[in-house]
Design a protein around this ligand. Structure first.
Ligand code: TXA
Ligand code: MG
Length: 360
């Protein structure tokens, strides 16, 4: 049975946090909000509790977990790194949507690190998360609260779709702020290296830490048999069940509408409100469901609606979805990373590609 607790994200009710922390202390699982996406949490120092996370998600055991802490002091217990530079940096960016890899202290359970020498740590900027960790008195191991391969969850409806009946408790703290996962950087290399683009942009990180390495391949498909830099990056991820195709140019949406009508196929178009307006004015949208990602001039808004839109696509009658691309600067790098993963790098470059995608 899953207990659902509604907690105020601005002023978390103390007695409710105590109830949730009790579940963590007793080795149970609690879904809780962070400023990025919801996490599926358990006591990060209890191997048996962490094992349940893997079972519930259907997550491969070689994909390590992030430990969530409520303050910098806990960092000293989890890493053998004592370099002041690292700690000073952590102080500047935490609490915040960035996860850092440090050399793991031997007391971090093997199931958390998947046997790697490093441990991923993050101090989330969300009051419910912080007070839950604090009250539990232990780091909380938490991957995103979704079934493995599905998009991460940003609100209760989608958590229930994936995890109702499987976890002990779900905390409903409303919609998460960023809607995409934290940025991950490896602090064990000099300069530090970006492993997963996320909610905190490269520019913002570099303001605090100086130059970081951004691999050119960060948004290209990782070859399956290559060792992925963040193990989780090699798996199909964040994907809707329906096929999703990126269009290289939004003018191709009009072509898609024509082919869909000719072929009597229902399709969905995932685009900004601006693009939607243009399409409504210029195109016969008879067989089209428009899924609006938000204001194209505010890429943070697009990011925060992205995973919701992927799940909405699955709820429509559309055979497949076409999605518009965004400028890869700033948070756009993260948006495009998630879109490319969700499409499995399938891109329509011309009208033939559009027709092929619809007919297939
Ligand atoms: O925003 C977030 O980071 C959310 C919230 C809940 O905090 N969490 C999240 O966790 O996205 P998850 O498990 O879905 O993604 C964590 C990623 C995985 O790709 C995993 O492989 C990588 O972090 N990771 C964890 N520990 C690692 C390590 N020691 N070395 C390399 N990659 C690591
Ligand atoms: Mg995840």
């Amino acid at each position: 049975m899953t207990l659902i607790l509604k907690i105020d994200p601005i002023n978390p009710e103390k007695e409710l946090i105590i109830a949730a922390a009790k579940v963590i202390k007793e080795g149970g699982t609690v879904v809780f909000p962070t400023e990025t996406v919801y996490g599926l949490g358990a006591n990060g120092l209890d191997s048996e509790a962490c094992k349940r996370i893997f079972e519930i998600k259907g997550r491969p055991r070689d994909n390590p977990l992030i430990l969530h802490i409520s303050g910098i002091n806990s960092l000293y217990n989890l890493t053998v790194d004592t370099d002041r530079r690292l700690l000073d940096f952590a102080k500047k960016v935490w609490p915040g949507p960035i996860t850092m890899l440090f050399k793991a202290d031997p007391k971090v359970p093997r199931i958390v690190t998947a046997g790697l020498p490093t441990v991923a740590i993050r101090c989330p900027a969300n009051k419910i998360a912080l007070s839950l960790i604090e009250e539990s008195g232990t780091p909380i191991a938490a991957p995103s609260a979704n079934i493995s391969t599905k998009p991460s969850t940003t609100r209760l409806k989608h958590i229930l779709q994936d995890l109702d009946g499987k976890v002990d408790m779900i905390i409903d703290g409303g919609q998460t702020t960023f809607g995409v996962e934290s940025t991950i950087i490896d602090m064990t290399t000099t300069p530090p290296r970006l492993l997963r683009p996320g909610a905190l942009t490269v520019d913002e990180i570099e303001k605090h830490i100086g130059n970081i390495i951004v691999p050119k391949t960060i948004n290209q498909k990782l070859i399956d048999n290559e060792t992925a830099i963040a193990p989780g990056m090699k798996y199909k991820h964040y994907a809707p069940d329906k096929r999703l195709v990126l269009v290289s140019n939004k003018d191709l949406f009009a072509e898609a509408a024509v082919v869909a009508k000719e072929r009597q196929e229902k399709i969905a178009i995932l685009c900004s409100s601006q693009t939607a307006k243009e399409l409504r004015e210029s195109t016969d949208l008879q067989n089209i469901t428009l899924i609006i990602l938000g204001n194209g001039d505010n890429l943070y808004e697009i990011a925060s609606n992205l995973f919701d839109a992927f799940r909405t696509l699955d709820d429509t009658k559309a055979k497949l979805g076409f999605i518009q691309g965004f400028d890869e600067r700033g948070i756009g790098l993260t948006i495009m990373n998630r879109i490319l993963k969700a499409t499995g790098n399938s891109v329509a470059k011309d009208p033939d590609d559009i027709a092929d995608a619809i007919i297939m």
